[in-house]
Design a protein around this ligand. Sequence first.
Ligand code: NAD
Ligand code: AKB
Length: 326
Amino acid sequence: MSNRMKNILIIGACGQIGSELTPVLRERYGNENVVAADIKHPESEKLLESGPFESLDIMDKPSIDKVIEKYNIDTIYNMAAILSAKGEKNPRACWDVNIDGVLNVLQCAIDFDLARIIMPSSIAVFGPDTPRENTPNDTILRPTTMYGVTKVCGERLCDYYVRRFGVDVRGLRYPGIISAETLPGGGTTDYAVEIFYKAVEFGRYSCFLREDTRLPMMYMPDCIEATLQLAEADFDNLIHHNDFNVSAFSFTPGELVECIKRYMPDFECTFEPDYRQEIADSWPSSIDDTPAREEWGWKPKWNLDSMTKDMLEKLSKRHKEGRLYK
Ligand code: NAD
Ligand code: AKB
């Protein structure tokens, strides 16, 4: 990594990914050099106590400018977004945060000559016209959700800033992320996290997707690893910039239930699909991530079984201690 990359701002630091990325970046680059920011107040004291926190609305560019100046920021990880399910409930807010917010960050890169921006995308860029299995990196992008529309626009905007202004901005298309620290923020893949909390708490779960809905997923440690690996990759080796497919494993709710039952034989699950089924049906079932593997050496470590075992161990421990939801 370049020596300039010392002060980091994470916008959306209180979210599912930001809340786990922040401590890892603080560990790596020093607590005082990593500023967490979000429109909402952190639920975790750890985030507040371990380093600087700023209240920030990504749509308010002057307040981003102030934070950049105050902390001498030269790298931004933009984790602020409205995800797919929330986005269908409020498409305008989804557009505003995911597009105006992205544009503000890109403009900051120019105004402050920032060293690097990390801008996540999603498998939501794909739509029903895209090949569903082993979806290639470079393929048809015709999403049918507002979230997907904003993610395609975001990728194109970021690539435009690379080519037109020489901004170093990179991003990967995360699949559904599974984690035990912070609950997901309103997506279609959220069931794959909720199911573990309900399994541990009640021994049963009602899933909002059909039993046979296969989607690409990834465990949080791999998500953080992929993010850091791309962030630290040599820019000259990148052919793609803001649209890297990254894959770990795929499963259906039915297969996840079977896997949980290996560790909790009495676990029960029912299936009551809601409006999120249509979103899931428009997404790939598995992902080909050859460019990520070739351009920056991506390789996942976790699979369905190791992830399930780890999630159940972590959440069962917290449940026993009376702090499942902390
Ligand atoms: P999340 O919903 O858990 O967190 C988003 C955070 O952004 C929240 O803390 C929220 O308060 C904050 N935020 C919302 N509006 C804001 C605003 N106006 N100003 C400042 N902060 C604001 O999301 P996440 O799951 O952590 O996702 C992070 C990134 O990864 C997003 O770009 C998302 O699209 C992408 N992604 C996530 C997943 C996943 O499964 N978690 C999958 C694919 C892509
Ligand atoms: C969602 O379900 O909206 C996210 C995503 C795959 O982008 N988890």
